[in-house]
Structures are given as C-alpha cells and as structure tokens.
Ligand binder design. Structure first.
Ligand code: ZN
Length: 471
C-alpha cells in the first residue's frame, strides 16, 4: 500500500517537475548566490545597497520603519493575479531565509539559463511581495526581539510594535492569498525519531485550538506536501513539521485566520553548516519551486497525507557532542555516564562576530539523544583537565606547546599573558586562560571542563570547549 502510493506520487508529481527544464535549480544555484552575504550576521545597512540596486523588474520602497527608525523595505515583482507575501527575519537573529531571498532576487533577474519560462510564468501569474528583514533593530544586535523587547511573533493581535503593524497593513492592503513566514529554529531539534537534525521544518499553522483544516490552511498543507518531496531529495530524513499547537498571538496562525494560506519555514541545523549556507540554498530551492507550484496550482491535487506523513519536530534532542558511556568519578565513586555538550554563541564586535562557549548541558543516560559528533567512550575514563602551571608570555608561545604531551600529563588549559576575553575562547586543543584564571574542574551541569578520555595510561580523546580531538 505504502510503496505503491510512493510510486504513484513519484510518477504524478516528481516527473513533470524534472521534465520542465533540462537542468535543475540545484545545479544553477551557485550562479545566483548573492556573494555579498556570506555569513549569518548582517545588518540592514549591509543589505540596503543590495535592495537599492535591484533591477527594473522590481518595485522597491521603504514601507515603514522600525522602533529605532531603521528602514523596512517592501520589494515587489510580478504582475500576476495571485499575491504572495514573504517576510523574513521577524526574529532578528533568524537570518537564513533573508540570505535566500537575495539569491532569489538574483535568480529572478537572470536570463537565458533554461529558466526563462519559469520566470515568465511567475511574472504573469504571481505578484511577489517581499519584506526581506522585518526586524532590522533585532538584526542590528542579532537578537530575537525588537528594540522594545517585544517578540513580534506574539504581537499579531495586539499590534503594538511598528513592525507588526506594518506586516498586518501590507497583508491587508495586498490581500495576499499566500504567505511565507520565514524563521530559524534551534539546531538541536531532531526530525521525528530520525537520528538526524531537522534541517528544515514546515508548518501550515492552525486556525484554532482544534487544529481544524479549513480551505486556507488546506492549500498551505498541500503546498508543503510538495515542498517536502523536493527537499527530501536534497536532505533525506532531515525535513520535519513544526509543533502545530495553536498560538493565538502569532502571525502565522493569524495570517491563516485572515485568509492568507501560510507556510512556515524554519531553518534548523545541518552538520558541517555552521553559517547555514547550505540551508540558505535549501530555502532558495524550496521557495522558488513553491512559487512554480502556486503559479501552476499544482498543489491542488496533493493529498493531505503528503503533509501528514512529515515527522514532527522533536525539540531539544540533539547535542553538539555526546561522550558515550564514559567512566567518571563523582564524589569518590565511579559511574558510567553519557556527557552531552552544547555551545552557546556569544556575540562581540557589535554583533557581527561570535565565539562559542560550550558547557555540559545534560549528563547521565542520554541514550535517547543524538549529537552532531559522538565519542564512543565506553570503558574510557573521563577526567577533567588541569591548568599547566607555567604562565606563557604570549599566544605564539602557547601555540608551540606539545599539546599531546600536556594531555598525557593531565593538562587541558594554559595561562597566557595579554589575552583578550575573546581570545580565551579561541578554538584549539588547549583552553587559553588569563594568568591566574581557573578552568571548570568538575563534570557537572553548566560547567565547561576540558576532558581527557583515557584508556588505562593512553589518552584517546580530549574535549576542549566542545571541540573534540582524537589523539
Ligand atoms: Zn522565529
């Protein structure tokens, strides 16, 4: 039953998608990637020049301003009857989709690459209305909330923030039939029971606590059914469904109530993609293809089963590192534990850079959790590292140390003169401390000890500020 359904699905839906052009969007992506944006932290002043140089097929205007007076832009293209509204970075530190929107702008201005038919179709069938950074004050500091400290996504009904008012105003003015609500979610979310992270999660937000499926929501669910199929080809097993509990204050839920078929996209975590550049590409692919499906109304025949079979997000199920089954000595006795480590990003340089401060965020039996990196430590003793007693004059001297020899002697930290606070979090095989600095020395929650994993006398691994080193 299931197999034949999948097979039919493939024939009916995927085949025409491939057939419509010789090469696929995946292959031409690099050509359109906006290279002025290379990492997650950027501000309105960084993207403003890109918005202002958009070609004549775009209408650009400053639609409003944030609490602190930063511009919020509205970018429109196309002259079709179906209005599609996309807003990104309502949460200032969720910028993955904003990057993708600039790639989409570049694609839409392209020509002669085998996709002119698609462009023409989008141009004639759709009017695309983009708000590429709804919360520029939050983006300025790389924080979720706006400058009032209000979460815009809990302000859809009360509409106190100017950013919220603007989004509502644009929705009402355009009467958008479709909405794309573009966010980032925790990178520690799993895709259902898969031992994989939820790289992208979708949701057709509900319209009430009963999670009723009205026509508006149904269309969004059908479209997501198609978008999931597309992304499964790129990131198999890493697409999930966001929690579908009704949130009466949120924009997605209210957009759906107001009659705009709304698709939530949450970019999560993908191994080896700390700056979310691959996830950015996934957004590019998913959104552009969705435009095509909307223009063709191809979603209309998609069974809701295609949506319902996407596994739900499993929150808080991942760690950066799990040390599995290590032997640790606690209060004088030996225990077998898993140690789960996560890294917090600490911003500096006016919110443009960050360093990672790792800590033990859980330990005990973590057999139901997964990690980006797992250390098989069964039978190994996990011992907190000590501070090397000699104070080194500078970083260069620290770099010359034979760190393997130090690990062997039980040291994972060194004191160095003249370090800045940021330098003490520099990645490397030894933790750097200011002279007299004390590292965490216990294996307990919230602590960040250097760990040495030994098999008898031999050092097998060291873990320093969440970085794993094999010896
Ligand atoms: Zn968000």
């Amino acid at each position: 039953m299931r197999i034949s359904f999948f097979f039919l699905w493939f024939i009916v839906l995927i085949f025409p998608a491939c057939a419509q052009s010789g090469q696929n969007l995946e292959q031409i992506y690099e050509r359109y990637k906006e290279t002025a944006i290379r990492q997650r932290r950027f501000k309105i002043s960084d993207i403003e020049p890109l918005i202002k140089k958009l070609g004549p097929s775009f209408q650009v205007k400053q639609a409003g301003a944030s609490v602190e007076g930063r511009p919020i832009y509205r970018v429109t293209t196309g002259s079709g009857p179906v209005k599609v509204l996309l807003w990104s970075q309502m949460h200032g530190d969720e910028s993955t989709a904003t990057m993708a929107l600039f790639d989409i702008f570049r694609f839409l201005q392209g020509k002669g690459d085998g996709f002119d038919d698609l462009r023409e179709k989008l141009q004639n069938e759709l009017t695309l209305i983009f708000i590429p950074m709804l919360n520029p004050d939050g983006a300025e500091r790389f924080t979720r909330r706006n400058a009032l400290g209000i979460d815009i996504n809990r302000d859809a009904v009360r509409l106190q923030s100017p950013e919220s008012q603007l989004l509502k105003q644009i929705r009402d003015e355009t009467g958008a039939e479709w909405g794309f609500n573009l966010h980032d979610q925790s990178r520690y979310t799993a895709a259902g029971q898969n031992e994989k992270t939820a790289a992208v999660s979708f949701l057709a937000p509900p319209v009430n606590y009963e999670k009723e499926v009205n026509d508006t929501r149904k269309r969004a669910m059908q479209l997501i059914g198609l978008m999931n199929e597309d992304l499964q080809a790129e990131i198999p097993g890493q697409v999930a469904r966001y929690n579908d509990d009704f949130e009466p204050r949120a924009f997605g839920d209210n957009m759906q109530i107001w009659g705009t078929s709304t698709v939530l996209i949450e970019s999560g975590g993908l191994s080896g993609d700390p700056e979310k550049q691959r996830l950015r590409k996934m957004n590019f692919l998913a959104i552009l293809k969705a435009f095509g499906y909307i223009a063709d109304k191809r979603y209309a025949d998609v069974p809701l089963e295609a949506y319902d079979r996407i596994p739900f997000n499993r929150s808080n199920s991942f760690f950066d590192v799990i040390v599995r089954g290590a032997e640790v000595t606690l209060k004088g006795k030996q225990y077998t534990v898993d140690i789960g480590i996560r890294g917090d990003e600490v911003d500096y340089n006016d919110g443009r850079s960050y360093y990672v401060r790792s800590a033990i965020s859980d330990f005990g039996d973590l057999s139901t959790f997964h990690a980006y990196q797992e250390i098989p430590a069964q039978g190994l003793a996990a011992i907190p590292g000590k501070v090397y007693p000699t104070v080194l004059p500078n970083l260069a001297a620290a770099e010359k140390l034979d760190y393997r020899k130090l690990w062997q002697q039980g040291y994972t930290a060194v004191q160095v003169s003249g370090l800045s606070s940021v330098q003490t979090y520099r990645p490397g095989p030894l933790q750097l401390l200011k002279p007299g600095g004390k590292p965490d020395s216990s294996i307990s929650l919230g602590r960040n000890p250097g760990l040495i994993l030994r098999s008898g006398g031999k050092v097998m691994y060291a873990v320093v500020n969440g970085q794993v080193f094999e010896n």
